[in-house]
Design a protein around this ligand. Structure first.
Ligand SMILES: Nc1ncnc2c1ncn2[C@@H]1O[C@H](COP(=O)(O)OP(=O)(O)OP(=O)(O)O)[C@@H](O)[C@H]1O
Length: 462
């Protein structure tokens, strides 16, 4: 087992892409000891794959009272480590096995990624390969698809497991119990959360993503305006129905996530030929549009948005939800110029629906993605922090790091090197330091959202 642990830890960051394939799973028949099992245990609690075991706060915080010093881990000293590339304080284990498709990947090869059009078409979400869960060539093998459930005895268990047995340690059950509580809390919240419209009028299309169009809608019973993401259902089959059901379940639960920095889901509806997801209408459109319109944002606006994104992330993370696709296009503005995080939790299901219909949903790029995500390695909430760093670069310069590279080249660069970007000369050292913190290569040393909220870059922003 010791040797297995060594393999596991040596896998964290490949120094060389030519390294031979490595696997997370122990050899057949091998029972994992507790540490190994911790890493190999199927980690996703929901079919959505957003709940990923890691160090939960000893007392799960109330979703409405996210406080700093969450999750026990501290990154203190990591700014120094960023600056000096030397050692940092150790965090508690922050490894998770990611089982589900996630993130972004190139659909088409663009010859000129630096062109606005190329980047726009390339910044959509893409399901990774089911087989590998990785954006890198499939070196790393094994991914499980754990889904969280309680058995009749009230024990928590996972429906599938990549490494087999050894899963009955009390601490695992304790851990899954905590997640179960979080899930229940969401469930409770969702009962009192806003409902989808019963009668509505579809208005103009306000945007289009990789999976369908987004329309403005008018609720004919209440007079409120909403946004509706419509995914066309064609070539339906059994698998499609299953995925649609899973999506609807997930949205029902995600309705329980209510926060001023999060775009509210209202519900979901499936008709014969389409699937509609109702959410809060954000009249200001996406930050991506603002970036393009104004050819980048000022440092002050960037700080303000960053603080608000961090507040939203801290809240999502308190539910152990990893967004996995933080980027300008998923940050939406309300009429007063405040931003909220959109598109969390459901995109994987939407991808699954489209994939089940044989649609090529592959879009997007990995420019915002953390190295551990690209490598198909265990990842968690800190992957969102890396993407936030890329989003800050996007806000300040109009493009994420490595945008001058073709998507595949960018994948390799992110997997092996620090991201390349050039900030305007006028940008302060405080901002530069903050971005570097987000780009802390080792997720163990990367700060959490709550920790970042105490950084000078955002601390005093009103
Ligand atoms: N709730 C909303 N309110 C207002 N506009 C929205 C809302 N949701 C989405 N939009 C607009 O629709 C556009 C497309 O959104 P969508 O989530 O479908 O795609 P995306 O995030 O740009 O790409 P992908 O989902 O493929 O990664 C957004 O960029 C935004 O301009």
């Amino acid at each position: 087992m010791k040797s297995l642990r060594l393999i596991l830890s040596s896998e964290q960051f490949p120094s060389n892409n030519n390294d031979p394939p490595k696997r997370y799973s122990p050899p057949p028949g091998c029972l994992p000891d507790e540490d190994t099992a911790k890493i190999c245990r199927p980690q996703h609690v929901t079919p959505g794959g957003e709940f990923i075991p890691e160090d939960l706060p000893s007392q799960q915080e109330s979703p409405s009272s996210v406080k700093s010093s969450e999750y026990g881990a501290s990154y203190k000293g990591s700014l120094n480590s960023v600056r000096t590339s030397s050692t940092s304080l150790m965090h508690n284990s922050d490894y998770r096995v990611l089982n589900s498709p996630a993130g972004t990947f190139p659909r088409t090869k663009t010859n000129n990624i630096s062109s606005e059009t190329a980047l726009n078409s390339a910044n959509r979400t893409f399901p990774r390969s089911k087989e590998t869960g990785s954006f890198m060539p499939s070196f790393y093998g094994d991914k499980s698809n754990g889904s969280f459930q309680r058995n009749q005895n009230g024990d928590t268990s996972s429906s599938t497991c990549s490494s087999g047995s050894g899963m009955s340690s009390p601490s695992f059950n304790e851990f899954y119990d905590k997640l179960y509580q979080v899930r229940n809390k969401m469930n409770e919240n969702s009962l009192s959360s806003p409902q989808p419209p019963r009668h509505f009028k579809k208005e103009i299309a306000i945007g289009e993503g990789g999976f369908g169009k987004v329309f403005k809608c008018y609720d004919q019973d209440t007079g409120r305006e909403l946004a509706m993401k419509e995914v066309k259902l064609c070539n339906k089959n059994k698998e499609t129905s299953k995925e649609v059901k899973a999506l609807m379940m997930e949205i029902k639960l995600l309705k329980g996530i209510e926060h001023q920095r999060i775009v509210q889901y209202f519900g979901c509806m499936a008709t014969e030929d389409s699937l509609c997801i109702f959410m809060e209408y954000m009249a200001g459109g996406s930050v991506r549009k603002e970036i393009i319109k104004y050819k980048g944002l000022s440092e002050n606006v960037t700080k303000r948005y960053t603080k608000q994104i961090l507040e939203g992330l801290a809240y999502l993370h308190s539910f152990v939800i990893v967004h996995r696709d933080i980027k300008g296009a998923n940050i939406l503005k309300d009429p007063s110029g405040n931003v909220k995080i959109a598109d969390f939790g459901a995109s994987k299901h939407v991808q699954a629906v489209c994939t089940s219909m044989g649609l090529r949903t592959a879009t997007g790029t990995p420019y915002w993605m953390a190295p551990e995500v690209i490598n198909g390695r265990p990842y968690g909430r800190r992957a969102d922090i890396w993407s936030l760093g890329a989003t800050i670069v996007e806000m300040l310069t109009t493009n994420p790091p490595n945008h001058d590279l073709e998507a595949m080249a960018a994948i390799f660069r992110t997997a092996t090197e620090l991201p390349k970007y050039e900030l305007p000369k006028s940008i302060s050292q405080t901002s530069r330091d903050f971005i570097k913190l987000c780009f802390t290569r080792d997720p163990k040393f990367r700060p959490t959202a709550n920790e970042l909220l105490n950084e000078p870059f955002v601390r005093d922003v009103l």
